[in-house]
Design a protein around this ligand. Sequence first.
Ligand code: FAD
Length: 435
Amino acid sequence: MDKQEIAVFWFRRDLRVADNHGLFQALKSGKPVLPIFIFDSNILNNLEQEDSRVSFILHEVQKLHAFFEEQGSTLWIYHGKPVEAFKRLMKEYAVAEVFTNQDYEPYARERDKAVFQLLETDGIRLRAFKDQVIFHKNDILKADGTPYTVFTPYSKKWLSNLTEKHCQAFRSEELLGNLLQTRPLKAYHHSDLGFKHGPYEVPPMTIDSALLEAYADNRDFPAVGGTSRLGVHLRFGTLSIRQLTALALKHSSTFLNELIWRNFYMDILWHFPHVADSCFKPAYNFIAWQNSEKDFARWCEGTTGYPLVDAGMRELKATGYMHNRVRMVTASFLCKHLLIDWHWGEAWFAEKLLDFELASNNGGWQWAAGCGCDAAPYFRVFNPALQQQKFDPDFAYIKKWVPEFGSSAYPPPIVDHKKARERAISVYKAALDER
Ligand code: FAD
């Protein structure tokens, strides 16, 4: 007997049912939809065994699995390489079309190309929709048709292009009657993946309008808790960017501006994928970094003798989170004060941050190192003491994370600020003068 033709929806970094653009399109396709998820061994094999992001993904995938089962359907799950997953899927089902949401990272683009080519040999279409950003690809371009590389004009164009339609939800949750009705398939647990439960707790997905109203006043003070902590939910798509943008429009233009930064870095990564491996401005690839492993270890551990830097690094290690203001200070300190290649810091953040996002992490690091698009000029070096006076004036954040601060147990500064600043400026200048 001929197998029933189905459409497939491939979940990736969009782990929700409601307002999911690709899922919506799949459910509208006229074919019964089988949702799938792939634990990609190309990614998992590069992670520590106790990674809280894997635990979070697993938790969300289990929730989806249970949800689809309640609908009389299932979630087809595979652990391995995506191309192999699709080979298997095509043996088991008569796949007519595959729907998914667009992913902009270089690895994801390669992965999708390989899957696209495989599907194409069987005449199956892979269709990817815009879901994790409001604008993508060539939506926001300069008048001459080239991408923006400076944030302020980009954000102006972004705002002028925005209409109500961009924030409208795709009501995927209303079309669940179009799911493939089938027997339940296997759910996955940590042991199936060779992982253990990670140590960090994921902040709840609560959107507090009072927090958004006070965001502009509070967002820069790490002791206050005035930011949303929604990064991880945007990263894995448990929250819709359309829903959040609509709320930002209502409650806080400053918060909206941060969402535009996120979109900006995603667009930079799409148009200039070389940033994933090297400086946006090529001359900065020639900086004569000192790269002291000893200094790097002290930075990672939070024992530099600069209390705001140390507090941030300890918060990161203890919780998988660091406040944005402190991310800027610690990143600048590594590149400028310690003259350590920003890639080292980028990799440390990538390993630790629950909300790790290639585009924003890379953009933040290149900004701090001065080598990115629209970065601070290289001769502007953050003064960690002044940053503390402005943003943690009562030492509340510092005391929380560095309890021995002020006692003889606290180490003396790893470098002298004035000398380190002068050294950074001369090393940067030498690299740039030679080009
Ligand atoms: P909120 O202040 O509540 O902001 C809401 C959302 O807006 C964030 O969740 C995030 O999605 C977005 N956003 C806010 N600020 C920025 C920004 N400057 N750039 C891009 N998006 C922003 N953000 C990440 O999502 N992942 C990262 O890996 C990451 N690495 C960073 C590394 C460095 C060196 C720097 C300086 C910044 C980095 N950021 C990163 C940006 C920012 O620090 C975090 O998004 C923010 O601290 C997350 O906390 P929150 O959710 O409470 O943010």
